[in-house]
Design a protein. Structure first.
Lengths: 417, 417
């Protein structure tokens, strides 16, 4: 019955008296047909229970790309595209979402953007964000710097949400920026009615023309279309797989918020202001660093593996205040004796490491481990990659890891525990 | 100046005209003196700036252990002690907190407990919870079962908070229980005025005598002393290193709460009622399982390490909806071809895995990876340890991993994506 239908065709399916109409999608289950309904959701129906009929032959649709007009008096903002959901639409060949839009197409699809700024747009690369790695961070940081040198008053990076926090942290350490650098993405592809792409893009451009000269993430603040939160790049974490308000600032309030309708920005905490620093790019990263998550009964041989495989730095995601089992202490010492720094963070994510309260923590410190303060484990790893490539001695590595370089760690209070 | 003072002595220290009085603690920093103030906090003072004097010689103090009275008409509750902060006090030799109290001493220290129940108390072991592992879970589960068989109407386990969630998950899979089984701990040692030990213990006993016959965690619900939350053992996670309200239910509301003053329980969601199931202990666990946390640029050789080292099951903590870089796909296939199950979970913690939306996820599924639904990564690992030891075929492993066994995963809606 379905043989005469092509993927992408508009079809109707009747099951138990209910009629579903939508686009025919590939099905992963034998004997099922999958429709993409007009509300953006997919439904799977058992073929043996459903009557499927053609409504209209499908055709490839693409938003028309109109040439951008320059408007006098508006600031220049650069949009760098790296792929991700904000730049993606459903691929009807596979039913999956792939990265297909360019930044220029994003601007063309969201007319409101033209009221706020003029744009330079460049595709830096088109990858899904899970394929991001240090060399891409470096290329991206240099592309951002190039835009700033060319006079951009703010740079927006469209990015997949999966690894956005890692890229935001990397850019925070690599770049000193006199203008806003914003990572923005969306959790729902832009061909879905529930897409957050437009609002996030409009808020991102608003921040790009603001005074907040930091690397920040701008994403939905709630599940409503009311405001976007502005998160410091070293304090933000994706905390839900699919919600539009998945990004949270951890261990620090958000820098502020952008009201969607009024485009007004309110701030909560101090931030770096526009034009206060010279642009600087320190783009070396040591890629051979690892996050090791401790869990009960985990063998210290895991740590030995990283030591023997030539890793240059290790971040341990310990339990609670920053603990691993006592039988890991010797392997920690093995690492630090080879000048492989071991940074302790917590799988609790919130709160501060304190390895001076319990015996285990004290032994970990004696073995040379460093407390990661209130840094997120993922941020500690990105920072370690940067510090290892930029410090000239192991003392400097320790000093830099314990110091706030980009707002990633709060000044500790070492003499009051 | 400090030489004539002993650790544990009560001393005063004057700095810049301010006098601090407290117990002399060991100092980790050369040239500093550390006092434990009466509010429970430590302060470090530079010796060169401070004048330190003896107030009184220290002595070991221990709460008097009075024999427990049996009261007619009260239910019998067992308290099993495993160590942890609820059972610990400051060790003045090292300044650290070690596990020293027995369950009997806890009861003696919190007189209110005697109004609620009669108690059997046993020390199962005395370890800090970061040293917990599968063999302890098994011993503990059997000790719980023994108490239930002897007629206990509820079993309380005092446990360190660091790995409490792992133990709670393990007991949830090992035990089918006709009575409440409660894990309780404290975030501040019980000799500190801000300790949460008393309130948590009182609320735990209240739950032990209730109708909620599940493995649950009972801990402070807020930073105030108003109520404790009751968390399902397979849905709870420690989400702060030090706050008293560190435990949160993830992807599910709490089962309910216990009001501290009225000792009334309110529930939010359905739960298993007392006496509905027969006690059952299925105590086999496969310890050789690992959590592997993916981060950008991480080498697939990490996965190969676990495969080659003879691990029996792997939980991947991927990004977003459940992703790793494309270059990990081959190693996932290598694992599944050796019948090593690979379960995909998300470092977002919240939300559900869906590997059918993006190309990468679809390739991961084609390589044999299993979606972990809305299971917490840590719970997925504990479950995998249990399933591998209890299933008789790889098909059964898959079936059990995808099915809700102890409330750890929500029924998925496989035909609606």
């Amino acid at each position: 019955m379905v043989e005469m239908l092509d993927l992408g065709d508009r079809v109707s399916a009747v099951r138990y008296g209910v009629t579903y109409e939508g686009i025919l999608m590939p099905s992963r289950r034998e004997g099922y047909v999958v429709l993409k309904l007009d509300n953006g959701y997919n439904i799977g129906l058992k073929l043996s229970e459903s009557k499927v009929a053609l409504v209209g032959k499908g055709k490839e649709t693409k938003p028309p790309v109109k040439p951008l007009k320059r408007r006098d008096g508006l600031p220049m903002v650069s949009i760098l595209s790296t792929g991700g959901t904000i730049a993606s639409k459903v691929d009807y060949r596979t039913g999956a979402v792939t990265s297909q839009f360019s930044a220029g197409e994003i601007i063309a699809a969201i007319p409101e953007l033209e009221e706020i700024a003029n744009y330079n747009s460049r595709v830096i690369y088109t990858i899904l964000s899970e394929n991001m790695r240090a060399e891409y961070w470096i290329a991206l940081a240099n592309a951002v710097a190039e835009e700033i040198r060319k006079g951009s008053q703010g740079v927006i990076i469209t990015h997949g949400t999966d690894t956005m926090m890692y890229t935001a942290a990397a850019l925070s350490f690599i770049l000193k920026t006199p203008v806003p650098v914003i990572l923005v993405g969306s959790q729902r592809s832009s061909d879905r009615p529930s897409s957050d792409a437009s609002m996030n893009a409009i808020c991102a451009v608003t921040v790009a023309t603001s005074d907040i000269a930091e690397v920040v993430v701008v994403m939905h603040g709630t599940t409503s279309d009311d405001y976007c939160s502005i998160h410091r790049g070293t304090r933000v974490r994706k905390m839900h797989t699919s919600r539009r308000d998945a990004f949270w600032s951890i261990n620090q309030p958000t820098i502020g918020r952008v009201d969607y309708l009024s485009r007004k920005i309110e701030t909560n905490i101090p931030y770096c202001c526009r034009g206060k620093v010279e642009l600087e790019v320190r783009d070396k990263m040591e890629p051979k660093c690892a996050i090791v998550k401790y869990s009960p009964g985990a063998s210290p041989e895991v740590l030995d593996y990283y030591i023997n495989a030539g890793y240059k730095g290790i971040v341990i995601e310990g339990t609670g205040l920053g603990h691993v089992a006592s039988n890991w202490i010797d392997s920690i010492r093995k690492a630090t004796e080879k000048d492989i720094p071991v940074i302790i963070t917590s799988q609790c994510l919130r709160g501060r490491i304190c390895d001076r309260v319990y015996d285990t923590g004290r032994y970990m410190l004696e073995a040379g481990a460093m407390e990661g303060g209130d840094m997120l484990p993922e941020v500690a790893m990105v920072k370690l990659m940067w510090v290892l490539a930029n410090a000239s001695s192991k003392e400097e590595v320790r000093m830099l890891m314990e110091a706030p370089l980009a707002g990633e760690i709060s000044a500790s209070t070492p003499i009051t525990t």
